[in-house]
Write a protein that binds this ligand. Sequence first.
Ligand SMILES: C[S@@+](CC[C@H](N)C(=O)[O-])C[C@H]1O[C@@H](n2cnc3c(N)ncnc32)[C@H](O)[C@@H]1O
Length: 176
Amino acid sequence: MSTQLPVMVQKPSEFQRLLDILRDLRPQSLLEIGVFQGGSLARFATAAAPRALILGIDLAPPPTVPHGPLQRLQLIAGNARDAFVRAQVVDILDGHQLDFLFIDGDHRAALQDFAEYGPLVHPGGIIAFHDIVPGPPSDVGTVPQDWQALKRGRPHLELVENWGQGGYGIGVIWQT
Ligand SMILES: C[S@@+](CC[C@H](N)C(=O)[O-])C[C@H]1O[C@@H](n2cnc3c(N)ncnc32)[C@H](O)[C@@H]1O
């Protein structure tokens, strides 16, 4: 794997805590909605199993993302809201479920992403959301209020450097 990883749009301290959780989980399959330049997805790949399936969806994904030599990378170009895009994910999974889902795409559609892609994560797997800290609406969309609703009654963890930082912050839910 290349040592030169693409830029990511994350707070390093928060993201490192998520990677620590993932290294324990050692996902065999993961999906990121909102790949951007691939910085977060490439780092997820470093925590995944050697033969993991690494899936990403973006309106305009990069041509590739650094990953392990035996890992299988599938980048889907399209709108996660599109039923055809979700169907591609289901086809690629071929009856298997995800160990990890990262939701960082349309920040006004985190609830829909959770409703549509969350069921693809098996019990004991993890679903994480970026931008749970209130901040400029153009950056965080409705994620902060969506997160307050999502975390209620679910096993969860908040990876937040500072609740006054304006945006960022990662919310983690364990699928039951
Ligand atoms: C904040 S960036 C993701 C940053 C990336 N996860 C990282 O940490 O480096 C959000 C990305 O979501 C993508 N996006 C926005 N709406 C989307 C949608 N409806 N379906 C798929 N991707 C979407 C954008 O193209 C953009 O690349």
